[in-house]
Design a protein. Structure first.
Length: 195
């Protein structure tokens, strides 16, 4: 049986999540679009964490990047520090579309946690969400691609739209529209040893 304090904690956590940023406004049509882009990174393995399924790669210029490794990636358990490798990386993102002039949520992240006690047992949960905004600079429904740029500047990135629902909605996307990234996952899909 939950005690009174536990129920109050659950109610407050639910209110915090519900009261956080709103992605849809009553007069705004929104569309969920999921994209996947694959690219390659080459360098030397600087660290391997098999328990966390992460690998750190050091590129030729000395920069290091830690990446999650997909459960389906072959050779992960045999990868060791010092190996020269090529990593095939899969970058999957989910966006919500907003028309030009519609205020988008501020970039950042929100999270909420809750702990519930029932007798001698305590259980907890945590939810978090990151938000990033992009501007559409190109869309090609025939190729199922969309080109985006960070409103603060930077390089143009082209993504492939991977879901049937997103592809059906792609003709609605126009240059100048805003896409709010509500979820992203970057993972190593394959590790290839280089000689």
């Amino acid at each position: 049986m939950f005690n009174r304090r536990s129920l109050i904690a659950v109610a407050l956590a639910g209110s915090a999540m519900a009261g956080s940023r709103s992605f849809a406004q009553p007069d705004q049509a929104t569309v969920g679009i999921q994209t996947t882009t694959r690219y390659s990174l080459e360098g030397k393995i600087a660290a391997v964490d098999t328990a966390a399924r992460t690998v750190t790669i050091a590129s030729a210029d000395g920069t290091q990047r830690r990446l999650n490794v997909s459960p389906t990636a072959a050779r992960f358990t045999s990868t060791k520090v010092g190996d020269t490798v090529a990593l095939d990386v899969e970058d999957t993102r989910t966006f919500v579309l907003s028309s030009p002039g519609v205020q988008t949520p501020a970039a950042g992240s929100t999270s909420a946690g809750v702990a519930v006690q029932a007798g001698q047992t305590v259980a907890g949960a945590r939810a978090s969400q990151s938000v990033a905004n992009w501007v559409v600079v190109g869309v090609d429904p025939a190729a199922n691609t969309i080109a985006l740029v960070n409103p603060g500047g930077g390089e143009i990135r082209t993504y492939s739209v991977t879901t049937d629902i997103g592809r059906q909605q792609l003709p609605r996307v126009k240059r100048g529209d805003n896409l709010t990234e509500i979820n992203s996952r970057v993972a190593v899909a394959e590790i290839t040893l280089k000689s």
